[in-house]
Design a protein around this ligand. Structure first.
Ligand code: TXA
Ligand code: MG
Length: 335
């Protein structure tokens, strides 16, 4: 029995797929300036972009993702100069931007004016969830940079997936999760890094809020000191420090078991290095390759209807720390 279209329940408007060329980027920029939602590639994962200064557009981002309003968004800029307009940039923050921007590092900094502004072209209070800080990142992907230049405004962009699900590393992943709920996706092919940016708070001492695409070791070398490496719990409140770092997150439909050396009956196996699997994150044990494959393989297992996933042990250094963080959240009990 086929369902008839009903006048009172029109099909959702289709999501346009834009090529990553001049015309596609201009169309994406025009849509963003008009308050639209456009997913775009970055070197980490696809972001769901909206004009960070437009509260209506930001409200649509939360609605499209089903994201809790207490969870603030990362604001994307071209570089340090644009960051200075939005946040108070300390000498340490400036040094980190010089060392790692553009790239997979998000810095949480005091937002200018605290209450962010809104009326005078500043970042919408909805985007920062009313916090006195703003999370800023300069992405390294050429298409993202061309888009930011064409928009001429800061672009808020969470990962372009329904809240709590696996982040997208291709335009097809974006469409599978958010197709019909957003205006367009700029298809720039697969993301090279494959896990989200590393998030560092400077308040004013550096504090790691999320392991990610920039290895912690690189940050520690630049800072000349070890970082607080327990990102999960705020010692005072016992709550997650980055409001989005909820225990269950990045979750495929199936359940997930870590540190498995072989699949149990009924499990699909995700291998790494010497541990074989139905799919492998990296047969040669390369952590960068594993990070780039991680979300794509989880999406593929989801698409195959896999109900139970076992994952081989991943070394907990370099990009392995970000991979294990995402796997632990995918494995956590669901609310
Ligand atoms: O690689 C990335 O960071 C990707 C691409 C698209 O740039 N974006 C991304 O955004 O991962 P999202 O929304 O999935 O994760 C943003 C994280 C959340 O955990 C959020 O709580 C945290 O950043 N965050 C944002 N603003 C914050 C703030 N002012 N203080 C603390 N954490 C903040
Ligand atoms: Mg996300």
């Amino acid at each position: 029995m086929t369902e008839q279209p009903r006048a009172d329940r029109p099909d959702p408007s289709p999501t346009r797929i834009l090529a990553p060329d001049t015309a596609g980027i201009e169309a994406a920029a025009e849509s963003l300036r008009a308050g639209g939602l456009v997913a775009f590639p970055t070197e980490t994962v696809y972001g769901l972009g909206a004009d960070a200064t437009n509260s209506h557009a930001i409200a649509r981002v939360f609605a499209a993702k089903g994201r809790p309003a207490f969870n603030p968004l990362i604001v994307h800029v071209l570089g340090a100069e644009a960051a200075e307009a939005l946040a108070v940039v300390s000498p340490m923050a400036r040094d980190l931007m010089a060392a790692f921007w553009p790239g997979p590092l998000t810095l949480v900094l005091p937002s200018r004016g605290g209450a962010s502004v809104g009326a005078s072209g500043g970042v919408s209070l909805l985007a920062t969830a009313g916090l006195a800080t703003v999370a800023l990142r300069a992405p390294a992907h050429a298409v993202a940079r061309a888009l930011l230049a064409a928009v001429g405004r800061p672009v808020a962009a969470p990962s372009a997936n329904p809240s709590g699900r696996v982040s997208p590393t291709t335009a097809a992943h974006v469409l599978a999760g958010l197709g019909g709920r957003i205006d367009a996706v700029l298809d720039g092919g697969p993301c090279a890094v494959g896990v989200e940016s590393t998030i560092l708070a400077l308040d004013p001492a550096p504090r790691l809020l999320r392991a990610g695409g920039l290895p912690v070791e690189a940050l520690e070398a630049a800072l000349g000191r070890p970082l607080d490496l327990d990102p999960d719990l705020d010692p005072d409140s016992g709550r997650p420090q980055a409001p989005g770092q909820l225990a269950s997150h990045y979750a495929p439909t199936g359940s997930l078991r870590m540190d498995a050396l072989a699949p149990a009956p009924g499990e699909a196996m995700l291998g790494f290095g010497p541990v074989p699997g139905d799919l492998t994150l990296s047969a040669s044990g390369d952590l960068a390759e594993a990070a780039a494959n991680l979300f794509g393989h989880l999406h593929a297992l989801d698409a195959m209807g896999t109900l139970r996933i076992a994952v081989a042990p991943i070394p907990d250094h370099g990009l392995g720390r970000a991979i294990n963080d995402r796997l632990a959240r995918a494995a956590a009990p669901r609310p």
